[in-house]
Every structure is written in C-alpha cells, then in structure tokens.
Design a protein around this ligand. Sequence first.
Ligand SMILES: Cc1cc2nc3c(=O)[nH]c(=O)nc-3n(C[C@H](O)[C@H](O)[C@H](O)COP(=O)(O)O)c2cc1C
Length: 176
Amino acid sequence: MELFDVIAARHSYRGAYLPEPVPHSDLQRIMEAGLAAPSGCNKQTTLLTAVETPELIDKIFEIMELPFCQTAPALICVTTKRIIAYKDGWGRERSYQVQDYAAAIENMLLAITALGYASCWIEGHITDADEQDKQIAALLEIPADERAVCILPVGRPADAMNAVKKQPFSARARFR
Ligand SMILES: Cc1cc2nc3c(=O)[nH]c(=O)nc-3n(C[C@H](O)[C@H](O)[C@H](O)COP(=O)(O)O)c2cc1C
C-alpha cells in the first residue's frame, strides 16, 4: 500500500479477529517499524515484547478486563524505560519517553495496517491505580526498570473497520 493510503486506512479496531496465527516474521517486521521511529536525543527508550503464546494472551486480556479484542491471535506489549535525555537550565532531568513510545506505536499501527492486520492502541487503564502494568510486566518477565504502557492486539479483522468522525481539516490546521 502507498503510505498515504495506509495512513487513511488505519482505524482503531475493536471487533473480533479471525483465528489465524500471525507469522513470527510479520510480528518482527511490525516491531522493526516501531523501533525505527525517532526518539528524543536518540535515547531509544521504547522496548517491545511480542506475545504469541495463547495462554499468555488470554491472561493479559483477563488482567485488562477488556470487553473487546480478546480474540486477537497475537499482541505487542510496549514498555518504556526512563532514560534521561538532558538536564535543562534549572538542572531538571528531562526524558522524552512518552513522545518516544507514541512515535513507535504509530509506526507499528501503520505497519500493522500495511500488512492487512488490525489493531487498537490500548493504553487507557494499564497505568491506572489498579496497576495492570505491574501484573502484565510480571507475567511477561519484563525487566524491573521498564514500565508497560500499551498493548497492541494484532490479527486479521473478522468485521468491517469503522472510521470515527474527525473534525474538518480547516478546524484543526492553519496556513500562515
Ligand atoms: C494515548 C492513546 C490511548 C488510547 N487508549 C485507548 C484505550 O485504552 N482503549 C481504546 O479502546 N482505545 C484507545 N485509544 C484509541 C483511541 O480511542 C482512538 O485512536 C480514537 O478514538 C480515534 O479513532 P481512530 O484511532 O480510529 O482514528 C487510545 C489512543 C491513544 C492515542
């Protein structure tokens, strides 16, 4: 697919998935696209764990108590490490970890779309007070200095993709 077609075709998918495994090589391509994203001061604070084992996928969806996406045949867990990019003029330590993982996630969503799969950026409750991030990290044996921030289901969609309504271009973009 041409890049602008991929961007237009990407939507958050919350329907059922077909019971087809995602080849390991496709998961690797998707993760490579994520890790190719820019990162502040090139600190590369984003780390990725692909989950292909059905029992682990089921447990993650149990932890997250999600009413959708449970039929995804694979998922990618996005974790982040607080690496200091620089100290500002007041000596405050700055990390770009949130911007870094957001860029990596968008690259992966586009790669997922380009390969004909569907996904959804699921971050909402992971870092909330119920500490799903810690349960997911324990399950996936994520190193202690990383924090789980997002789950991306990956699979072939069984249902149609719905596009949400976006504001018109002129309401959100300007030329001067
Ligand atoms: C930071 C962030 C967190 C999100 N968390 C969730 C989530 O927890 N659950 C969910 O269903 N969608 C989540 N989304 C997806 C948004 O709801 C979705 O992108 C938005 O409604 C626009 O729809 P679109 O992705 O189809 O353009 C998240 C998106 C972003 C950027």
